[in-house]
Write a protein that binds this ligand. Structure first.
Ligand code: MLT
Ligand code: MN
Ligand code: ZN
Length: 296
């Protein structure tokens, strides 16, 4: 199996257009790597690829990915796109894929409902782009030789659909994790997850790689930095550090590789020279970067 991290950042990316925080300024000045918004490409055979999540930065991500070049005058090795929730940073890139190219679009029924309610996405010609509903916990063929299974993780509805009261640890079809299996390898991709319950630990144990929600280092870092009014958990993202954080909750688990993805610009892990990055690395974690390729 081959995985390319197309975008390692969370919604907004690094730098975010309207943010003057330390990381965003450092990325603008070229002192730390920029991060585009969240998504990966995955293949079992190196020929046929699937995208998992389609960020607003998809056009540039595809332009820079050697494995995803067209093979002829018109065409693409991308056979399918799977989206793990309806968040803008995971679906807005679908509009980039509107140029008359056949592919399968996989999501749960609930997420397809969100997509269907958006008239602009009718730009994806239904004769070419097959919208395929996927049931939770039922493996399906995402691309040749590559099976995927979606499963509910604690999360919430997209920000733009939040009502007055928001269930932030909703379990259902709105936010899912993905188990990928191909070439004898098993990999989990979970870019959004509000907590790490014991069953999740058990489910991912023994995987060849885990790409996990690294949005925030501390739950209240956006509040403390004056960047926002919400905690990570309120946004549906378990923090990396602290009690119940992913470092603690996944410590000691048997995993071939553990990689943080979907990093928010407020997260000190974004800076390769930060003490937090050293601490995560000492615990066996890598921090994903744009263009990073792994062969689990
Ligand atoms: C998130 O992951 O919390 C969302 O991408 C937020 C957003 O839509 O900007
Ligand atoms: Mn996001
Ligand atoms: Zn910033």
């Amino acid at each position: 199996m081959r995985i390319v991290i197309l975008g390692s950042g969370a919604g907004g990316g690094v730098p975010q257009w309207n943010c003057g925080c330390r990381n965003c300024e450092a990325a603008r000045d070229g002192r730390i790597p920029a991060m585009s918004q969240s998504g990966i490409a995955v293949s079992a055979d190196g020929r046929d690829w699937a995208l998992v999540n389609a960020s607003p930065d998809l056009r540039q991500q595809l332009a820079g990915a050697a494995a995803l070049r067209p093979q002829g005058l018109r065409g693409t090795p991308i056979r399918s796109v799977l989206v793990t929730n309806g968040d803008i940073d995971h679906v807005a890139g679908l509009l980039t894929l509107r140029e008359g190219q056949p592919f399968d679009l996989f999501a749960t029924q609930a997420i397809h409902g969100v997509l269907a309610a958006n008239p602009m996405l009718a730009a994806l010609d239904p004769h070419l782009v097959a919208r395929r509903e996927v049931a939770l916990d039922q493996p399906f063929e995402l691309a040749p030789g590559l099976a995927a299974t979606l499963f509910a993780v604690p999360g919430k509805v997209p920000l733009y659909l939040e009502g007055e009261r928001v269930e932030t640890e909703l379990m259902g079809e709105q936010t899912v994790g993905v188990e990928l299996a191909g070439g004898g390898r098993r990999v989990f991709y979970i870019p959004g997850c509000a907590s790490v319950p014991g069953w999740l630990r058990e489910r991912i144990a023994g995987a060849d790689a885990l790409l996990f929600d690294g949005t925030l280092w501390t739950d209240d870092e956006m509040l403390r930095a004056g960047l926002g009014a919400k905690t990570g958990r309120r946004m549906g993202h378990v923090p990396v550090s602290g009690p119940g954080g992913s470092l603690e909750a996944l410590r000691g688990l048997d995993l071939g590789a553990r990689i943080y993805v979907h990093l928010n610009n407020s997260n000190p892990l974004v800076d390769p020279a930060s003490p937090e990055r050293a601490q995560a690395q000492a615990a066996g974690w890598q921090v994903g970067h744009d263009g990073m390729e792994i062969a689990p």
